[in-house]
Design a binder for this molecule. Structure first.
Ligand code: URA
Length: 209
């Protein structure tokens, strides 16, 4: 039999640790990525920005600084924005996933693509940002961003990169992720990818007239 026969009540909090909606991003435990991250990286920018840029997830620098797009990919993005005539501080910059997912390679923390369940878990936070900022145009940087923006949509990058389309009453423009520009195998494809980003940002500007 049970020792002493006393039933120790399990508190509601202990019984349902995952059910409760986290009240702040920093306390989010909806997936496990927080465990290996320094901090959550929220979006930045004007709360009434008309254009929202959505990336994949913070990188090494972003994780350490707590700000999106402050590392090498951010430098590419900044150059593309300048070329398109878009001021960095006029847009809202955020990511589909708010914690850095990485694996150790030698001494470097190497980026790992987030799993679909992690993108889905983090969608709540993007949704909150969309509700608050209400951008007219979303620029999805890469396929992780596109997946989160479309939620259960099945569009591939290739099928939507040609032209802006409407989703949930907003324009969505899809371009390559800026780190793709850094990783592309040769100068010609780097240049082509970069031009797709610049062109997408120009289209975003055009849409808000
Ligand atoms: N790549 C992203 O997608 N987002 C960042 O914030 C930095 C790099």
């Amino acid at each position: 039999g049970r020792r002493g026969g006393t039933v120790i009540p399990v508190s509601a909090e202990r019984a349902q640790p995952q059910r409760e909606e986290p009240s702040t991003l920093d306390q989010c435990r909806r997936c496990d990525l927080w465990r290996n991250a320094t901090q959550a990286v929220p979006g930045v920018g004007p709360q009434n920005a008309r254009i929202m840029l959505v990336g994949e997830q913070p990188g090494d620098q972003e994780d350490l600084q707590g700000l999106p797009f402050v590392g090498p990919a951010g430098a590419v993005l900044e150059r593309a924005m300048a070329e398109a005539g878009l001021q960095r501080d006029s847009v809202y910059l955020t990511n589909a996933v708010k914690h850095f997912k990485w694996e150790l390679r030698g001494k470097r923390r190497l980026h790992k693509t987030p799993a679909q369940k992690e993108v889905a878990a983090c969608h709540l936070w993007l949704e909150k940002e969309l509700e608050r900022v209400k951008p007219e145009v979303i620029v999805a940087l890469g396929s992780t961003a596109l997946k989160s923006v479309l939620e259960k949509g099945s569009a591939t990058m290739k099928s939507v990169m040609d032209a802006p389309f409407q989703h949930d009453g907003r324009w969505v423009i899809t371009v390559y992720h800026p780190s793709y520009v850094l990783r592309a195998p040769d100068e010609a494809s780097r240049h082509q990818a970069y031009e797709v980003i610049v062109d997408g940002l120009r289209q975003a500007l055009k849409l808000i007239g």
